[in-house]
Structures are given as C-alpha cells and as structure tokens.
Write a protein that binds this ligand. Structure first.
Ligand code: AR6
Length: 207
C-alpha cells in the first residue's frame, strides 16, 4: 500500500526524470525552448525563475523549494531589494534578480504572477511576468534560464491558458531582443504531468 501511495504521489507531482520526454522547439535568432518535467532547484543554468509574491521573502510551493535549496543567504538578499511601497519589493508582473547562493543556478529571477481572476485581467499580468523575466536575463547577459509554470499552483491559473501565455510570451520576448540578445535557451521545468502536457500542446501549436 505504501508503494502504491508513493507511485500515485510521484505520478501527481511528476518528479521522476523518466516521467516524460524532454522536447526542444526553435525560437528566433537561433535560440531554443526546452520542455521537461522535474524539479527546478536542480537546474544548472544562468538563472532559475521563482514564482514569488510581492513581499519576496519566501512562501510555499516552488518559492519554498527554491529558498530551501538556496540556503538562508537568499532571503537575506531578497530583504535587501528595495521596497517600492511598504511590503512590496516586486509588484505583480515585474521581476527582480539575486544571486543563486547554494543552488546550482547562478542567479534567481524572482517574478510575481497574478492570482487568476479572468483572462482579460490576468493574461496581461502573466505575460508581463514572463516578459520582465526574459528582459532582466537579457539585461544581465544571461544565456540560459529555467521557468516553472508561474501562477499555476496556489494562484490558480488554468493550465491550458497559462501554458499558452508562457510559450507565446517567451517566443515574442526572445524575438524582440534581436540577434544580439543574450538569452539562447529557455527551459520550462514542469512539476506535474498534466501541466507539462499543456505546455507541449501550446508549443506544438505556436512554435
Ligand atoms: N520545481 C518546479 N516546479 C515546481 C516545484 C519545483 N520544485 N514545486 C512546485 N512547482 P506555486 P504560484 C510548481 O504555488 O501559483 C508561493 O507561496 C507547481 O506544481 O509555487 O505562482 C509564493 O510565495 C506549479 O505548477 O506558485 C506565492 O505566494 C508551479 O510550480 C504563491 O505561492 C507554481 O506553483 C505563488 O503562486
């Protein structure tokens, strides 16, 4: 029974490396988009993106996992990010960068997606979170970056819509940076199979 429970849990969270094939799609200017299942804290890239909140001092979900893996220096670095108003270091739709400390990734780009309300209100904010993260990576000369499915956990964004916004916005942001843009590999590291499947559907349709 214990084995069965573990198997069911693993199928739900999709943490196993053999869960799904890694898929690669072309972006503009020789860049590529990679889709895979797994745990973003193990990525050896120039930056992993954190699905943070506006305070930027940690939380649950992928935010909690990233802070645990990075060690206590990360929350100290976050606390040093200037508040734009009391309690807000990163407004929804924006992004901030810190070092990665004990992570294999060199940097963490903290972005804040919207709590899902409806497409009219939420889609532009989710697109802005992805666009701001890619732009911040470009400004810092980063080559590779890994995203989780922003807003697809406690923030409640429907998987199919979140995947379409993620793929189309990253595609546009890499194209907009031009030939000289530094970002050449954008990876989506997705924790659960149903969301990964929606990313594959979006990439097959859009790229
Ligand atoms: N690697 C990759 N993806 C993960 C991991 C991991 N280790 N762990 C979870 N996910 P969520 P949100 C996936 O809730 O919806 C926090 O408390 C997860 O399956 O982490 O943007 C913050 O502080 C889901 O697909 O972020 C904010 O308050 C995705 O990451 C709030 O949650 C995002 O789920 C942000 O909510």
């Amino acid at each position: 029974a214990q084995k069965q429970r573990l198997a069911t849990y693993a199928a739900g969270v999709g943490a196993g490396p053999a869960m799904a094939p890694e898929k690669v799609y072309p972006l503009a200017h020789g860049a590529k988009l990679v889709l895979k299942t797994g745990d973003i804290t193990t990525e050896s890239v120039d930056a992993i993106v954190n699905a943070a909140n506006e305070r930027m001092l940690g939380g649950g979900g992928v935010d909690g996992a990233i802070h645990r893996a990075a060690g206590p220096q990360l929350v100290r670095a976050c606390a040093e990010v200037k508040e734009v108003e009391p309690g807000v270091r990163c407004p929804t739709g924006e992004a901030r960068i810190t070092r990665g400390f004990q992570l294999p990734a060199k940097h963490v780009i903290h972005t804040v997606g919207p709590i899902y309300e409806n497409d009219r209100v939420s889609a532009p904010l989710l697109a802005s979170a992805y666009r701001s993260s890619v732009q911040l990576a470009q400004e810092n000369g980063l080559v590779s970056m890994s995203f989780p499915g922003i807003s697809t956990g406690v923030f409640g964004y429907p998987f199919d819509k979140a995947a379409q916004v993620a793929v189309s916005t990253v595609d546009e942001a890499v194209a907009a940076a031009g030939e000289g843009g530094s970002v050449k590999e954008v990876r989506f590291v997705i924790f659960n199979r149903p969301l990964y499947d929606e990313f594959v559907t979006a990439a097959e349709k859009l790229l």
